[in-house]
Design a protein around this ligand. Structure first.
Ligand SMILES: Nc1ncnc2c1ncn2[C@@H]1O[C@H](COP(=O)(O)OP(=O)(O)OP(=O)(O)O)[C@@H](O)[C@H]1O
Ligand SMILES: [Mg+2]
Length: 248
């Protein structure tokens, strides 16, 4: 299976401006979360391909490097991808040799994951894989794709699970599908403390970001900020961050 993990930070890219931008994001998040008990952070975007999964992966890496214990959850049942970014087959930046650990589907997806944890048919120890090269970091893949992702993610069982994960670690980072297409991320705001909204810079499509951000803010999670992804080089960095306030 082709792997696309080139944008995931590795030991050799940790000193680049690209990595520095994620450290700035980490600093902004630390600032936005001090004293307010934000531990479960949902990463979402309006449209697909804006950089949610890449943001989750790289933010997790820089948080773990700063000594935080991080559980990364692939809550994108529509296009689960984190198991590819933290590769397990001896390829990629975070090969972890856990082939005996996860059973895999024909497409190479781990079959035990978030859906089994929510259903109570697997335990944390059975599905959370330690990520090699990043002490204090675990990955929970999506697992078997449920027939009703948004209902499942909005269920009391999901809320209970995320509360449990919060108790196990310093930060729980959740990937999710785009808000303009699915209600999944909106449902997840019931179970998370904060939301990071990823916005790919450049000419925008028809997605109404302002409306989506306002919708996300109606949940119990607070909007931690907007990550401007793939900003122009003139910005000096990979991207920028606008904390706290909604767009506009
Ligand atoms: N800062 C960046 N610089 C360059 N390429 C990037 C950056 N962020 C993401 N990409 C690339 O853009 C593509 C989409 O990124 P990613 O998969 O993270 O988006 P996504 O929002 O999770 O997509 P989906 O909605 O399909 O889940 C990938 O090929 C990724 O490598
Ligand atoms: Mg993704």
């Amino acid at each position: 299976m082709p792997r696309d993990s080139s944008m995931v930070l590795t030991g050799t890219t940790l000193q680049t401006p690209y990595a520095e931008a994620y450290r700035s994001l980490r600093a902004n998040i630390n600032f936005a979360t001090i004293g307010v008990g934000v531990r479960a952070i949902l990463v979402t975007s309006g449209a697909s391909g804006e950089g949610k999964s890449t943001t989750v992966a790289n933010l997790a890496i820089v948080l773990a490097h700063a000594g935080r214990r991080v559980i990364v959850v692939d809550a994108d049942f529509r296009r689960p991808r984190l198991h590819q970014l933290f590769t397990t087959n001896g390829h990629g930046p975070h090969a972890q040799g856990v082939d005996g650990f996860w059973q895999r589907s024909e497409e190479g997806r781990p079959t035990a994951g978030l859906s089994a944890l929510i259903a109570g048919t697997a335990t944390f120890a059975e599905v959370a894989a330690p990520v090699e090269g990043c002490d204090n970091m675990w990955l929970i893949p999506a697992g078997v794709i449920p027939s009703n992702p948004s209902e499942l993610l909005g269920s009391p069982q999901t809320r209970a699970l995320i509360l449990d994960l919060r108790d196990r670690t310093d930060v729980v980072l959740l990937d999710s599908p785009p808000c303009s297409l699915y209600a999944d991320a909106l449902e997840l705001t019931k179970a998370t403390d904060g939301v990071l909204y990823v916005l790919k810079s450049g000419p925008q499509g028809l997605v109404d970001h302002l409306r989506i951000v306002r919708q996300l803010q109606q949940g119990s999670a607070r909007l931690l900020g907007i990550v401007m992804n793939q900003a122009e080089a003139s910005a000096g960095h990979y991207g920028g961050y606008r904390g706290g306030a909604p767009l506009g």
